[in-house]
Write a protein that binds this ligand. Structure first.
Ligand code: UD1
Ligand code: CA
Length: 450
C-alpha cells in the first residue's frame, strides 16, 4: 500500500533558547528533521509533507535539500498537533493509502517499528506508537480497553487514575489518509490547553466504531528533544549506537568512545579507526583502510589499503584511491589522489588531481585561489614534487616530472622535465666565521658597558 509521511515541525521549541528552529538543530551533522525524514524513508513514502511554522523558510530549505520532492506546508499559528496535521490535508487531497505522522523533533524511530505499525494496520483503522515510560511525566496516556486503544488523554486533562497509566503516546500515528483527515476535521479545542489535539482522533474514531491499537517500542526510540541538554543527550545516544554498530560490522575502533560519527558515515569491514577521529557528513572509508589518530574527515572517500593521518584533514571532494598515504598535518579538498600516491607531511592539496604513485614533498601547497576564482592543479603519474613547492594554479606537472624544493611553479612542467623556480644559491667562503666573530665582539663590548 502507498504511504505518505506527515512530519510536524512548526513548534517554536522555546526551551532550546535559539534563533534556529528546533527541528534544524543537528544531531551527528544532520538536522533533527532530516533524521525524522530518514526514519520515515523506511516505509518508502510516496509523498512527504513537512508542516513548518517557526523559521519556515529555513525549514523548507533544509527539508528540500535532503529530498527535493518534499512538500512543505505552513502552519502560521501553532494551534496544536491536530491542527498541524490538518494543514497537510490539501497537499494530500485524493491520496490513496496510509498516512504516518512523525514529529520533526523525534529523530530515532527505527524502521522495524514503522514496519510493525504498518503490519498492525491490517487489522486496525488507527495504529498509535506507544511506550512504557520510566517516568511518564507530561506525556499523553494511552487508555486501553483489552487489545483496543480506547482514547488518549493528555496529562493536563487527565484524572489521577489516568495519570497512573504508564503506557504513553509517542505521537507517531498511522491511519488511512482520508480517514485521518475526516477525523481531524471533527477535533475541537475544548481542553486544558485550548489546542486542537491530534490525540483526540482516537476517541472520535472509537465512537464511530473504528478500531485502534498500540504498537510498543523502547522509550529511547521515541526520545524527543526539547532543550539543549536533551539535544546533547540525543547526540550521545546516537554516537554510542553508531560505535556499537561499527564494531558489530567488523570495524576496529581502538578507543570507541573517542570516535565521533556523522549520520551517514560508512565504514568498511576491517577498516581501522584509531582514537580521536571525527567524521563530518559524507565520509566513506572502505575495507582495510586505516584512519590514524586525531584525523578529521568529511565528504570524502578513502579506498582499500589507504592510510590517513595521524592529524590529517580530508575535506569535501577528497577522493583517495587504493594504497594512498596521507600523513600528518595534510589537508586535502576537492582532489583525487590516484593509487599509491603519497602526500605525507605538512601539505595543502586543493582542487587538484594527483597521478598514480606521485610523491608530494613536505610543505607543498597548491595555490588554488586568487581571491576570486579557484584553479586546478594537475600532477602526473610518478611525478616527484620537491619539498615546499608552491604550485600556482592553474598549472600542470607532467608524468614522471619533478619540481625542485622551494620552487614556485607558475608554468606547466612537461612530462619527464624538471621545473625549478627559485633563485640560484650564492656561497661565500669564510663569511659565516667572519660574521660570527663580529657579532661576538659586539656582544662582549655591550656586556662590559653594563
Ligand atoms: C504530544 C502529544 C502527547 C505525546 C507527546 C510525545 C498531543 C496533543 N500530545 O504532546 O500525547 O505524549 O507529544 O512527545 O498531540 N507541533 C506543530 N504544530 C502545533 C503543535 C505542535 O507542528 O501546533 C509539532 C511540534 O513542533 C512538535 C510536535 O508537533 O514537533 C509535538 O508537539 P508538542 O507541543 O511538543 O506536543 P506535546 O505537548 O509534547
Ligand atoms: Ca514535546
Amino acid at each position: 500500500m502507498a504511504t505518505a509521511l506527515i512530519i510536524l515541525g512548526a513548534g517554536m521549541g522555546t526551551r532550546m533558547n535559539s534563533d534556529l528552529p528546533k527541528v534544524l538543530h543537528p544531531i551527528a551533522g544532520a538536522p533533527m528533521l532530516v533524521h525524522a525524514m530518514k526514519a520515515g524513508a523506511a516505509v518508502t513514502p510516496e509523498k512527504t509533507v513537512v508542516v513548518a511554522g517557526h523559521g519556515a523558510q529555513m525549514v523548507t530549505a533544509a527539508a528540500q535539500s535532503w529530498d527535493s520532492d518534499v512538500q512543505v506546508v505552513i502552519q502560521s499559528e501553532q494551534l496544536g498537533t491536530g491542527h498541524a496535521v490538518g494543514q497537510a490535508a490539501d497537499a494530500l487531497a485524493g491520496f490513496e493509502g496510509d498516512a504516518i505522522v512523525l514529529y520533526g523533533d523525534t529523530p530515532f524511530i527505527r524502521p522495524e517499528t514503522l514496519e510493525a505499525m504498518i503490519a498492525a494496520r491490517a487489522s486496525h483503522d488507527i495504529v498509535v506508537l506507544g511506550f512504557e515510560a520510566a517516568d511518564p511525566g507530561r506525556y499523553g496516556r494511552l487508555v486501553m480497553q483489552a487489545e483496543q486503544l480506547d482514547r488518549i488523554v493528555e496529562f493536563k486533562d487527565a484524572t489521577d487514575e489516568e495519570r497512573a497509566i504508564r503506557l504513553c503516546n509517542s505521537g507517531v500515528i498511522a491511519a488511512d489518509c482520508k480517514t485521518l483527515f475526516d477525523l481531524i476535521a471533527k477535533v475541537g479545542n475544548d481542553n486544558a490547553s485550548g489546542e486542537y489535539y491530534l490525540t483526540d482522533i482516537i476517541g472520535i474514531a472509537r465512537a464511530a466504531g473504528l478500531l485502534a491499537t498500540v504498537v510498543q517500542c523502547d522509550e529511547a526510540e521515541t526520545l524527543g528533544v526539547n532543550s539543549r541538554a536533551e539535544l546533547a543527550g540525543a547526540e550521545a545516544l546516537f554516537q554510542s549506537r553508531a560505535r556499537q554498530e561499527a564494531l558489530e560490522d567488523g570495524v576496529t575502533l581502538t578507543a570507541p568512545d573517542t570516535v565521533y560519527f556523522a549520520h551517514d558515515t560508512v565504514l568498511g569491514r576491517d577498516s581501522v579507526i584509531e582514537p580521536h577521529v571525527v567524521f563530518g557528513p559524507g565520509a566513506t572509508v572502505e575495507s582495510g583502510a586505516t584512519i590514524r589518530a586525531f584525523s578529521h574527515l568529511e565528504g570524502c572517500h578513502v579506498s582499500r589499503g589507504a592510510v590517513v593521518g595521524p592529524y590529517a584533514r580530508l575535506r569535501p571532494g577528497a577522493e583517495l584511491a587504493e594504497d594512498t598515504k596521507v600523513g600528518n598535518f595534510v589537508e586535502i579538498k576537492n582532489a583525487t589522489v590516484a593509487a599509491g600516491a603519497k602526500v605525507n607531511h605538512l601539505t595543502y592539496i586543493g582542487d587538484a588531481s594527483i597521478g598514480e604513485k606521485a610523491n608530494i614533498g613536505a610543505g607543498t601547497v597548491t595555490c588554488n585561489y586568487d581571491g576570486f576564482f579557484k584553479h586546478k592543479t594537475n600532477i602526473g603519474a610518478g611525478a616527484f614534487i620537491g619539498s615546499s613547492t608552491m604550485l600556482v594554479a592553474p598549472v600542470s606537472v607532467g608524468n614522471g616530472a619533478m619540481t625542485g624544493s622551494g620552487s614556485v611553479i607558475t608554468e606547466d612542467v612537461p612530462d619527464g622535465a624538471l621545473g625549478l623556480g627559485r633563485t640560484r644559491q650564492v656561497t661565500k667562503s669564510g663569511f659565516a666565521t667572519k660574521l660570527f666573530d663580529m657579532l661576538r665582539a659586539k656582544k662582549a663590548r655591550q656586556q662590559k658597558g653594563h
